[in-house]
Design a protein around this ligand. Structure first.
Ligand code: 2AM
Ligand code: CA
Ligand code: CA
Ligand code: CA
Length: 256
């Protein structure tokens, strides 16, 4: 029932994103001028939470725009109704719905749906990861030198450990292909299906990383924080790779 509800809620959110895309919609700023929220974020979130609530009225919900709801349950839905809002607002079809389910503090399910590419990523703890129902695996690249990487930049510039500009500069000087898509959930899924060999980012929220984290792990990849400890969606810093280049990428991000 959890899985069926997750799939239904993710589809419902994706449908709303499709309805708003290319149309006109209200765009507001939150913490900064480029921290955007649109009508689509809010309506997708309403549809997702409504779908979950219809079956599980008591579950814990943590959602980007709505915040925390009924925090008493041991089952927690971690929801990003629209990951890649800036892309969405510019008509760039790199955006998605991302929903993870945590039980007793462990991720057990994840779904990421990009309706504009018709790509639905899903993972269940211990049962592997899929893209449109086909099993996916991380890449087999074994060296950072010929890897293709993806990252995202912190959006406010207070002092950061592992200076993002220094890390980025190093990869540029080495001529490494390093992309910046603007949706952390898609970045993670594209590591899971082998398009990218590694991803790192300095400052994510739980709703950006929860679903993608379990999808990468279930696709055979490795996900840690910047010290190499196993990741948890409640941490900000993330490195996700195919496993083979993990220690090399970890060293590079730590300036070693
Ligand atoms: P969002 O589109 O759901 O806000 C990219 O680096 C990641 O950071 C995206 O997953 C994006 O999620 C998030 N992000 C981008 N700009 C942001 C901002 N100004 N404030 C908070 N999160 C942001
Ligand atoms: Ca946002
Ligand atoms: Ca997000
Ligand atoms: Ca969002």
């Amino acid at each position: 029932m959890l899985k069926a509800t997750l799939l239904k809620a993710t589809q419902a959110g994706g449908k709303i994103l499709q309805e708003y895309f290319n149309g006109s919609f209200q765009i507001d700023s939150k913490s900064t001028v480029n921290d955007l929220v649109t009508e689509a974020d809010k309506q997708a979130e309403n549809a997702i939470i409504g779908t979950i609530r219809a079956t599980f009225p008591d579950h814990y919900i943590l959602s980007e725009e709505a915040g925390e709801i009924s925090t008493a349950s041991n089952i927690k839905w971690i929801i990003d109704p629209l990951d890649g809002t800036v892309n969405f607002a510019h008509g760039i079809p790199l955006c998605c719905v991302s929903i993870g389910v945590e039980k007793d503090g462990e991720m057990i399910l994840g779904a990421v749906y990009n309706p504009f590419m018709n790509e639905f990523f899903f993972a269940e703890k211990g049962a592997g990861a899929t893209l449109n129902d086909q099993p996916i695996r991380v890449s087999g690249k074994s060296h950072l030198a010929n890897a293709c990487l993806v990252t995202g930049f912190p959006y406010t510039w207070e002092e950061q450990d592992n200076d993002p500009v220094a890390v980025f500069g190093r990869f540029i000087r080495e001529g490494l292909p390093l992309r910046r898509l603007g949706s952390a959930a898609i970045d993670l899924c594209w590591v899971a299906c082998g398009r990218f060999d590694g991803f790192y980012e300095h400052k994510l929220n739980a709703w950006d990383s929860a679903a993608g984290f379990i999808i990468v792990e279930e696709a055979g990849g490795k996900v840690t924080d910047f010290s190499g400890q196993r990741f948890s969606p409640h941490q900000k810093k993330i490195i996700a790779t195919n496993g083979k280049i993990h220690s090399e990428l970890l060293d590079a991000v730590n300036g070693k």
